[in-house]
Structure formats: C-alpha cells, structure tokens
Design a protein around this ligand. Structure first.
Ligand code: SAM
Length: 309
C-alpha cells in the first residue's frame, strides 16, 4: 500500500525526497527525534508517519516558519481557513496581491501570510535581504497550491504530530543542549559556501567551525546524531566534508539526476553525504546483534564506501 506523506510547506532544500533513505539510519528505540534545523520539518513528518519516535522537537531559527508549523499542527482548521481566504484574494491581479501580502508579512511576521508566500514564490525558495526582509518574487506561471490540497496536507500533518511535537525557535546550539542519549538528532544546516553567518537563501547561515565544535560536544555527551552536509555532482564536490577527527561514518545518498547537467548533455548524478555519529552506529550495531534492525541498515552500514575514517 502506498501512503502519501503530507507536505504543506514548499521549501527549497526540503529533504522530503530523501526522508526514507535518511530514516533507514534511525534507531528503532528512539524516544525523541530532535530537528534543530527543521525548515519544512520533512524528516519529523516522515518519521511520524512511520511512528519512529514517541515525541518530536521541531526547531528553526526562522520564527514565522516555526509558528506556521505550530499553527498547522495545533489549529489545522484555522490555518486551512486563513490559507483559503488569502489564496482566494489573489483573483483579479494576483501579482499585485502577492506583493501586498509580502509587504504585510514583512511588517507583521504573520505565519498565515507566510504559508501563501511559500506556496506562491519562485521554486518555494525563501530569500531574505540584508535587513532580514523576505524579498522573493512570485512565480508568474503558478498560483500556488489549491486550498483543498493545502487543507488535506495541513490536516495530515496535524494528525501525525498533534500532542507529540514541541516547537521552538532557538539557535541550534541551545537545542542540542536538550538532547539525551535515548534521542536522535537530525541536522540539516544551511548550505555551506556562504561568507560569514549571513545566508540570503535562508533566514540565517552558520559558521562551519562553530558547527564542528558543537558536534564535538555532542560526541563527548554520547548523543546519537545524523548530519546532512556536503555532497557531489559527478566529480564536482560541494561543501567542505566534516573532519575525520569527529569519528563519523559517512554514507553517500543518491539524490537524483542533475537537470542542468542533463540539459547540457551530461549524465550526472547528485550524491549527498550523510554522517552518523559513533554513538548512533554503536546503537545500530547493538540492535543488529539482537536481530531487530532492518537488513537494509546492515548492508548500508558495512558497504565499502560507508566509512571514510
Ligand atoms: C537546509 S534548511 C533545512 C531544510 C529541512 N531539512 C527541510 O527538510 O525542510 C536549513 C535551516 O536552518 C535554519 N537555520 C539557520 N541558522 C540556524 C541556527 N543558527 N539555528 C537554527 N536554525 C537555523 C534555516 O532557517 C533553515 O530553515
């Protein structure tokens, strides 16, 4: 039986297509799944659909995004109605409507307005200017998800996470302090290769060195974690790999075919790196010896390219 996982939020960089590949490495005895860089919360939603954790901690520094997720989960009817009303308001001059919603959102930070902007903006990709104002343009060829489809997605997410999720909008390092040894932390930080800690593609960027220090601290506390970080397309790598000294296991996930390369007549596949902490691999190995973990994990963990240490 195929079951479609609800996704109300269009978000560039969403891990929705890789969620099941990533969650193969989630321990089956996980108490709580913590997502410090949740974005659209694709991993928490997919994990909840497979009932992998008892509770979920969903965090992102982008407060309107987290407020939007909270509203959808806790007040789905209200959230769906707001979307329907704002979406219907675009009949007439939809471009003008988009810009007036964007102006109002930048003034009020109302998460209901944000849902419409995310559904209607170019490629679901958020963009911020140096004043932290949302400045992405509308997609002129699309009108954004139909209200009935959005409503079904909102109610779907609510039924998966209501009563099980805690939402916060903190810096990731404050969230990591809350992790315990029975949890799993999944981290998908903003893309690398940006100067400083500003990133116009997201609300904020992060420093590579501070991130590595945070991972060292998690190691010393025996926390199980997974990080999505660098990758490659064909022979071209993007992002700096995580240092070997962290003792992580690196796995390459096949992330699809590059449409740009296909257009240029090249047949290039994209791979994303996934790093598993040593506390996590030990936990998965313990389960394996008890014959309770899926065979897939055994194959993946011990295939030749898995370890780079
Ligand atoms: C690559 S996106 C995550 C995408 C997510 N995995 C998904 O499936 O939608 C990275 C996220 O990190 C957030 N972020 C940036 N700096 C942060 C910080 N210091 N603490 C917490 N979140 C942060 C951004 O707002 C952005 O949503």
């Amino acid at each position: 039986m195929t079951y479609s996982i609800p996704h109300p939020i269009q978000y560039q960089g969403s891990k929705r297509n890789l969620a099941s590949a990533i969650l193969r490495y989630a321990p089956r005895d996980m108490d709580r799944l913590i997502e410090p860089f949740a974005g659209s919360a694709a991993i928490s939603i997919a994990a909840a659909a497979s009932r992998l954790a008892n509770t979920y901690l969903i965090n992102d520094l982008n407060r309107p995004l987290i407020e939007l997720l909270r509203l959808m989960v806790e007040k789905p009817l209200e959230s769906a109605e707001h979307y329907r009303r704002i979406w219907n308001g675009q009949h007439g001059n939809s471009i003008e409507h988009y810009y007036s919603v964007r102006e109002e959102f930048n003034r009020t930070l109302d998460p209901n307005l944000f849902l419409y902007l995310l559904a209607r903006c170019v490629k679901g990709s958020v963009r911020y200017n140096s004043d932290g104002l949302f400045n992405q343009s509308p997609d002129k060829r699309r009108h954004g998800t139909q209200p009935e489809t959005m409503r079904a997605n909102i109610f779907g997410v609510s039924s998966l996470l209501k009563g099980r999720a805690i939402f916060s909008s903190l810096d990731y390092r404050d969230v990591l302090e809350k992790a315990g040894v029975t949890d799993l932390v999944y981290m998908d930080p903003p893309y690398q290769g940006v100067c400083g800690e500003r990133d116009s593609r997201y609300y904020s960027g992060i420093s590579h060195d501070k991130f590595i220090a945070a991972l060292e601290r998690l190691n010393s506390r025996g926390i199980s974690y997974i990080v999505s970080y660098d990758g490659r397309r064909g022979d071209k790598t993007f992002g700096e790999p995580l240092p070997v000294s962290l003792g992580l296991t690196r796995i390459e996930l096949h992330a699809g075919r590059s449409s740009q390369a296909t257009l240029l007549g090249r047949d290039e596949l994209t791979y994303e790196s996934l790093y598993l902490s040593s506390a996590l691999t030990k936990r998965l190995e313990r389960k394996l010896s008890g014959y309770r973990q899926a065979d897939a994990i055994q194959c993946a963990l011990f295939e030749p390219h898995a370890s780079y240490a």
